[in-house]
Design a protein around this ligand. Structure first.
Ligand code: NAP
Ligand code: ZN
Ligand code: ZN
Length: 377
């Protein structure tokens, strides 16, 4: 199925050759080609391409990708909304699949294992953040897409592909009891909402708000409920109220309704904001109790203006959080296995991805698209 070749390390994609040939690697048989979906510019749709991956080194695991979740970050990145995308770009960082090969030095995985890969594929391994298991804050972290692959000296390419090669320390074990497609979004949406709630000790007796019922938000509702908090979901979409309750919210507030917002003032211990677009953050700061904390995980393209008064009155905090490190991601997966937590998903074919992005922009996802990678064959 996978084609190995010993030729120049180049990607022949639908819009040209990438990266430029590097003479030092020209004769090395270190790559193989795999089918993928890539985009050539911020304004282009995604389309079929053939990319190259490194052959597994001694510590690498090669994975046949079975499913890949569609994160709003994929869309921000594909359209260069964060201003660091290099093209051609291949998004995708909610990857689950089967191990098809392992390097000679791999000890944790064997061929046939069911595994996951999230937003990180490597880091420096030696800095204080790495030693603390917080690889997401390492200055040398390598993201699944949008970083530089140390082996190939070329941009990393994500999971909208048939296969990927990842060093074993950044590969996660998937709980056997979970539906694999529905577990894929745990690799980003799951850990991004689990981690800040663990960090700030969300639990019984607390009133917790989740803002935005999308991929992250619906996982936030499930985790906050599982941790024993009183959960209030804020949505701009009145049509999502019933779903939010089914997913575990005790109360649902339609945020466009000023009276509903005012009724919640000064009452929250913790609010997780998972909104992908510009919105009024101050209206949520005003809902925190004294010493309450609003954690932003959404990453809109444009800055969010924060007013002084909602913060200084009542000594409130405004924080951020980025995915999670490898140990905590495995802990989250194991927690989900134990409590049978997965995402609510809509499975799509790879060629439906451009339409899926448009629907995501309209908040029309229930509540995560997951690509069936067999559709790329
Ligand atoms: P998503 O599925 O598209 O959900 C975003 C939700 O935000 C929508 O469902 C909608 O919920 C709400 N929303 C959208 N536009 C809005 C607007 N103009 N005003 C108010 N609410 C709006 O996106 P996602 O995959 O969950 O990602 C959410 C954000 O988190 C993205 O910016 C993504 O890049 C970021 N992210 C951050 C991290 C991290 O580590 N910090 C990790 C992953 C993703 P309602 O319909 O309920 O209002
Ligand atoms: Zn993501
Ligand atoms: Zn490090």
């Amino acid at each position: 199925m996978l084609e190995y070749y010993a030729g120049p390390r180049r990607v022949h994609c639908h819009r040209g050759v990438f990266p430029k040939p590097n003479p030092s690697f020209m004769s090395k048989p270190i790559c193989y080609s795999t089918k993928a979906y890539s985009t050539a510019s911020a304004a282009s749709p995604l389309g079929a391409a053939v990319i190259e991956r490194r052959l597994p080194t001694s510590t690498d695991v090669q994975i046949q990708i079975l499913y890949c979740g569609v994160c709003h970050s994929d869309l921000h990145f594909a359209r260069d909304e964060w201003h660091f995308t290099q093209y051609p770009a291949v998004p995708g960082h909610e990857i689950v699949g089967k191990v098809t090969a392992v390097g000679g030095g791999v000890t944790k995985f064997k061929v046939g294992d069911t595994v996951g890969v999230g937003c990180l594929v490597d880091s420096c391994r030696t800095c204080p953040d790495c030693r603390a298991g917080l690889e997401q804050f390492c200055a040398g972290m390598v993201m699944t897409y949008g970083s530089i692959d140390k082996h190939l000296n070329a941009p990393t390419l994500g999971g909208y592909a048939q296969s990927i090669v990842v060093t074993e320390d950044f590969v996660l074990r998937m709980p056997a009891n979970l539906n694999l497609a529905a577990a894929a979004p745990l690799l980003c949406a799951g850990i991004t909402t689990y981690s800040p709630m663990r960090r700030w000790k969300v639990g019984p007796g607390q009133k917790v708000g989740i803002v935005g019922l999308g991929g992250l938000g619906h996982m936030g509702v499930k985790f906050a409920k599982a941790f024993g908090a009183h959960v209030v979901l804020f949505t701009t979409s009145p049509g999502k109220v019933a779903d939010a309750k089914r997913l575990g919210a005790h109360e649902v507030v339609v945020s466009k309704d000023e009276a509903q917002m005012t009724a919640q003032a000064n009452s929250f211990d913790f609010i997780l904001d998972a909104v992908s677009a510009t919105h009024d953050i101050n209206s949520y700061l005003n809902l925190l109790k004294r010493d309450g904390n609003l954690v932003l995980v959404g990453a809109p393209e444009k800055p969010l203006p924060v007013a002084a008064f909602p913060l200084i009155f009542r000594r409130r905090s405004f924080s951020g959080s980025l995915i999670g490190g490898l140990p905590e991601t495995q802990e989250m997966l194991d927690f989900c296995g134990k409590h049978n937590i997965t995402s609510d998903i809509e499975i799509i074919r790879m060629d439906q991805i451009n339409d899926a992005y448009e629907r995501m922009l309209k908040s029309d996802v229930k509540y995560r698209f997951v690509i069936d990678m067999a559709s790329l064959a």
